[in-house]
Design a protein around this ligand. Structure first.
Ligand SMILES: *[C@@H]1O[C@H](CO)[C@@H](O)[C@H](O)[C@H]1NC(C)=O
Ligand SMILES: *[C@@H]1O[C@H](CO)[C@@H](O)[C@H](O)[C@H]1NC(C)=O
Length: 325
């Protein structure tokens, strides 16, 4: 057993989990002031873990209205999960006085249009360059206004993000007002009940002519949300199921997942919903389930296990071996 643990630790080292270099300030929230074009004055903070992977993934974690980078860093599990999985977390900070995100201007809703969405993508490029990041594993999540921005980024930069997780937001373009940092109460109050095709086209039109892969999306919402009416859950499901060509009727339903009172709905391999019965806008973040959606737990574990077995000289046909972990 001791030998196995030692071997596993060695295999982790082979996988590129390395200790911090002495010159970098890691494992704390740091502001970056030179990330490139900053069209809207958005601030950038990052958390680089002590155990940074050699080709790290990037998770963008976006705060709610009235929030800050520091509040979201302190109030969510992503920094401690970064220590476990070796990725870099970017915490952007809104430049506006109410600290909501601009998800309402035409610029914000357009690929390379400028505004907050463009600044956040510039932060991603900075981290990929500086930390030799893995371009194929860039993820985004956020709460409330940050969840709206998550949908906006998934629509405007499908070439950048591999997956997104939305905690109580609205579909991309639903908050359009034609002004910067506007508030669209028709959308927030859930008065829009539009077709799947309408919402899918809104997402497609955010980056006209784009035909490449698009991020897998998991959408969380509470049925008792009085800030952003639950209708926004159904409209967002229409948007991404429409983009992927799925039915809006779930193909599988799992009650009490990830936990009661939530139900997990599978619409296809790239779209899932997590709806909390009686849950308000104050919605719970499921950090471990997020890691699974972003592909850290399943694939990373089986990759390490395979490396460990290769290293031990075992092959897949050997009998009497049980795979664990
Ligand atoms: C972006 O703008 C904000 C507000 O003016 C400033 O604090 C920050 O340093 C700027 N960052 C970059 C990279 O220009
Ligand atoms: C709110 O958004 C909807 C579409 O999402 C749009 O039809 C409506 O005009 C917007 N309201 C305002 C005040 O701009």
């Amino acid at each position: 057993m001791r030998f196995l643990i030692t071997a596993f630790t060695s295999a982790l080292a082979v996988c590129g989990i390395t200790a911090a270099g002495p010159l970098e300030r890691r494992a704390s929230l740091q502001q970056v002031t030179n990330f490139g074009a900053n069209t809207s004055g958005t601030k950038m903070y990052i958390y680089v873990p002590n155990k940074l992977a050699s080709n790290p993934a990037v998770v963008v974690a976006i705060h709610y209205c009235t929030g800050t980078a520091n509040a979201y860093y302190a109030g969510t599990p992503y920094a401690s999960l970064a220590e476990k999985y070796g990725f870099v977390v970017i915490y952007p900070e809104s430049p506006y006085s109410g600290t909501c995100w601009d998800v309402s201007s035409r610029a914000a809703l357009t690929h390379n249009g400028g505004a907050d969405s463009n600044s956040i993508v510039n932060m991603v490029s900075y981290v990929l360059d500086k930390y030799n990041g893995d371009k194929s594993r860039v993820f985004v999540t956020g709460s409330s206004s940050g969840a709206m921005m998550t949908n906006v980024l998934a629509a405007t930069y499908p070439d950048v993000f591999a997956a997104g997780i939305v905690y109580a937001g609205v579909p991309a373009t639903c908050f359009y007002t034609g002004t910067v940092n506007g508030w669209n109460s028709t959308c927030s109050q859930g008065k829009l009940d539009l077709t799947q095709e309408y919402w899918a086209n809104q997402a497609r039109n955010a980056y006209p002519g784009y035909n490449g892969p698009r991020p897998r999306m998991r959408i969380h919402h509470g049925t008792a949300d009085t800030t952003l009416n639950v209708q926004n859950y159904y409209e967002t499901i229409k948007q991404w199921t429409g983009v992927f060509g799925y039915s809006t009727t779930a193909s599988k339903t799992y009650p009490n997942m990830p936990a009661s009172p939530y139900t997990r709905y599978i619409f296809g391999p790239n779209v899932e919903g997590v709806l909390g019965s009686g849950v308000t806008h104050d919605i719970k973040i499921f950090g471990d389930a997020d890691m699974e959606w972003f592909g850290f737990t399943v694939s990373a574990t089986s990759r390490r296990l395979k490396l460990l077995l290769d290293w031990l000289g075992w092959n897949g046909n050997r009998q009497g071996r049980r795979e664990t972990g």
